[in-house]
Structure formats: C-alpha cells, structure tokens
Design a protein around this ligand. Structure first.
Ligand SMILES: Cc1c2[nH]c(c1CCC(=O)O)Cc1[nH]c(c(CCC(=O)O)c1C)Cc1[nH]c(c(CCC(=O)O)c1C)Cc1[nH]c(c(C)c1CCC(=O)O)C2
Length: 346
C-alpha cells in the first residue's frame, strides 16, 4: 500500500472530509485550448504525440498551475490513451473527440482489448514522476475514463448524444456488455493505479456520459464495473478517489457507493441537494456552470460565493466547474475565480 503523497494538501484533506480553512480549487480541462501557451506548445503535434512525450506532458500539466495558481494539477492525457496503448485503433480528432476505426459490436471484438499493464504506458509513469517532482507542494490528480463512457466511444465508434448502439448492446446482449465492461474496468483501474503509484495524490474516474442511464440500469449494468475500477486503486494505494459524471443528479448516491470519496456534481444540481442525496459519507466537487465564465463579473462573483457557501454545508468540498473549461473561455477570468475562492477563507 503506497501512502498518499501530500496528505496535508487542501485537496486531499477536503476529499477526506477533514477540516480545511477554504475549499481547494481546480478546473476540469484546465490544461487545454483556453490557454495561449497550450496552443503554442501543441503547434505541429498531435494529441497522442503530446500524450506520449513526458517533457511536453509535464509542461502542459504545469501551465494552468503557473498561470492560475490552482490548488491541484490534472495529469495531461486523455481517457482513450490507455485504449490506444493496448492496441485499439483510435484517433483524437480536434473539435470532434475520440474516433474508433472499427467500432466494437461483437464478442470477437473483445480480442482487441487485452489487459493493460504499466509496461503499456511507460511514458505515463515517466511523465507523472517528472510532473510530481516539478509541482512540489501542489497535488497531481490522475484520471481514467469509466467503463460506461469508454464503452460508449468503442461501441458507437465516436461521440454520441443518444448512445443507441451502446444501449442496444447493454439491453440486447447483457453478457457481452458485462464482459466488455469487465475489461474496461481492468484498464481504467490499472491506468489510475499506475498514475497513483508514480506519485499522483488523488484520482478521478470520469463517467462523463453515464447520466444517459436511469438509476435501475446504472445499478444493474454499470455500478459493479466502476466499483471494480475504483476498488483496484483502493487496494493498491490510499489516494482519494473522485467520481464524476454529467447529468447524474439521479445517480449521485450510486456513484458514491461505487467506491468514491468525492462525488462530482454538475451544474444542474445544487450542492445542497447533492449533499441531501449523498449523506455524510462523501465530499462533493463542483459545480460552477462553465458558461458563467462568459457572464459579467458581478454575476460570476455572486455564483462563486454561493457555491462556496453551499460547499460549507457539505462534509467536504472541492471547488470546480460543473464540467470542463470551454475552449473560448478567457483565461484571466479563471485566474480571477481562483483568487476569489482563495480569499474566501473562514
Ligand atoms: C469525455 C472525455 C474525453 N476526454 C476526457 C473526457 C472526460 C472529461 C469530460 O467529460 O470532458 C478527459 C480528458 N481529456 C483531456 C484531459 C486533460 C486534462 C485537463 O482536464 O485539463 C482530460 C481529463 C485532454 C484533451 N482531450 C482532448 C483535447 C482536445 C484536443 C486538442 O487540444 O487537440 C484535450 C486537451 C480531445 C478529446 N477527448 C475527448 C473529447 C470529448 C475531446 C475533445 C474534442 C475536441 O473538442 O477537440 C474524450
């Protein structure tokens, strides 16, 4: 069991529901197209080239920490990096997202999904080590895509709003669905564990699209697989686990039960309602609407203060957006939000 590094950081303390003078703040997608320095270093490099280059990965991960002074870094990678590492033919198309050359539809397709080991991702181990060394006192969050969200990309072949082929497999061939998710759980669990063992202080499991499912189906088709992925991290390390999805108001408690310390809340549900649904055993993360970063400062300031106030009613609160930073966001507004949260100590 690896002890959690930076156990006294605000992030780890808030995640463990220990008292903190103010909430830690970081932003999903804080490293990315909203930053001119990101666009500059990415010029002429594909997303996968950047993800497989430890120097570049380290630089991109550090950029938002330097610029905004956020209380945590998130490792620069993508949820499909471990799928590509085991041999899946997947591309990251700018402005679109992951595109899978041959979508997964039959049992024979499982042969294209071998188990992930640390040897598949040496550049991740190297980049996490370098990043952690350069971050000093700022914790690094490792992450993976959850089985449902990864399965959706594999089965649909790309981004989908309706997830029709994914649901067709889930309802029509449950055994194949469970076998696919079992492999994806191993991949997600290993990917997070590798990052934690290389020095990440926390991990986040992104089940971005699972809000497309009713509670009953989450329970019977998804929860056990996310539980396995999070359980692999818990067995190997004691880093806190964050579990996030979009449109998951109905699923929050089940996502906590799947093995989270912190449940991510999107902007559709108030933190007070989230705490009601979750009870005392979980910290919450969120939940400023990323679109509000385009609103006048007075409006934004009021919302940030409201969220920090609501977070004080939670057993633990990590300030974040309700989903990722939009590419057109003015980065100086993000810096100002960080300064405001930092000024709101008790
Ligand atoms: C669903 C999902 C994906 N990837 C991810 C998720 C879960 C988070 C969420 O719900 O938003 C996770 C992800 N992807 C990326 C990060 C890195 C770090 C960070 O959050 O700052 C993280 C945490 C980098 C990236 N991943 C991607 C980019 C953009 C590609 C580029 O800059 O060339 C980045 C910075 C590509 C990608 N990959 C994916 C999408 C939807 C896209 C965007 C497509 C686009 O609009 O161009 C799949």
């Amino acid at each position: 069991m690896n002890a959690s590094p930076l156990a006294d950081s605000l992030l780890v303390r808030a995640a463990r529901r220990q008292p903190v003078p103010r909430p830690p703040v970081w932003f999903m997608r804080q490293a990315g197209r909203s930053l001119p320095e990101y666009r500059a270093v990415r010029e002429g490099t594909t997303m996968f080239e950047a993800c497989r280059d430890p120097e570049l990965t380290t630089e991109i991960t550090l950029q938002p920490v330097r610029r905004h002074g956020v209380d945590a870094a998130i490792f620069f990678s993508d949820i499909v990096v471990p799928l590509a590492a085991v041999g899946v033919d997947v591309d990251l198309v700018a402005g679109v997202g992951p595109v899978v050359a041959e979508p997964f539809r039959t049992r024979a397709d499982l042969d294209r999904l071998p188990a992930l080991t640390a040897e598949h991702v040496p550049y991740v181990v190297e980049a996490v080590r370098q990043t952690v060394a350069e971050l000093g006192d700022t914790p690094l969050i490792g992450f993976a895509g959850a089985p449902f969200t990864l399965a959706s990309y594999l089965v649909e072949g790309g981004p989908s709003k309706s997830h029709e082929r994914t649901k067709a497999m889930m309802y029509g061939d449950p055994q194949l669905w469970h076998d696919l998710c079992d492999r994806l759980a191993q991949i997600a669990g290993t990917y997070m564990t590798v990052q934690a063992q290389a020095g990440a202080s926390a991990v986040q499991l992104f089940d971005s699209w699972v809000g497309a499912l009713p509670r009953r189906v989450y329970e019977s088709c998804v929860q056990e697989h996310s539980r396995r992925a999070l359980g692999m991290v818990a067995e190997a390390t004691d880093v806190p686990r964050i579990h996030f999805g979009v449109g998951t108001g109905e699923l929050l408690h089940l996502m906590g039960e799947a093995g989270a310390d912190v449940v991510g809340v999107d902007y559709r549900v108030s933190l007070l309602d989230a705490v009601d649904r979750l009870g005392p055993s979980y910290a919450v993360q969120g939940n400023l609407d990323p679109a509000l970063l385009f609103a006048p400062w007075e409006v934004l300031e009021r919302e940030v203060r409201r969220i920090v106030d609501e977070g004080r009613q939670a057993p633990g609160h990590v300030f974040n957006l309700g989903h990722g930073v939009l590419p057109a966001t003015d980065p100086s507004v993000l810096t100002r939000v960080v300064e405001l949260v930092h000024s709101l100590g008790q």
